[in-house]
Design a protein around this ligand. Structure first.
Ligand SMILES: [Zn+2]
Length: 143
């Protein structure tokens, strides 16, 4: 259901202290709606890892790899117009090659980006230790 900005604002103002706060939330909604629309059309509409369609911390369109003259979040102003322009430009890139992207909840996106910062060697040691610890905890759970 799409409400006009004015009715969204008055709905929100009944719950929210200030007009400024209501404006901020509506602006965020518009960005999220555009992002979700791209995700629904080209990226399955759910977090690749956990299946969430939305989350409290938000959703991200993750670049699996970059190309020349790519659309990159940091190149855009962090205001409403900057974010809308970023997602409109990104939509073109996603449409051209959806396999270059994943739709992720921000919790899983943060985990992925964290793991990507480890060297290959340290990453393998971490995965090995996670598996070993799980096995040991299963083995000793009734000790
Ligand atoms: Zn997730």
């Amino acid at each position: 259901m799409v409400l006009c900005i004015t009715s969204q604002m008055s709905l929100l103002q009944s719950k929210i202290k200030s007009r400024k706060e209501a404006k901020r939330l509506v602006s965020k909604d518009e960005v999220n709606e555009l992002k979700a629309d791209v995700a629904d059309k080209y990226l399955g509409g759910k977090c690749f890892f956990c299946g969430a369609i939305k989350s409290k911390r938000g959703m991200t369109i993750h670049h699996r790899w970059y190309i020349k003259n790519d659309v990159v979040y940091h190149d855009y102003p962090k205001n409403h117009n900057g974010k809308m322009t970023y997602h409109k430009n990104l939509r073109k890139k996603v449409r051209e090659k959806p396999s270059r992207f994943r739709y992720l909840c921000n919790t899983d996106h943060q985990s992925l980006e964290r793991l990507l910062r480890y060297s290959e060697e340290k990453f393998e040691k971490l995965v090995k230790e996670v598996r070993a610890t799980r096995k040991l905890r299963r083995k000793h759970q009734f000790d």
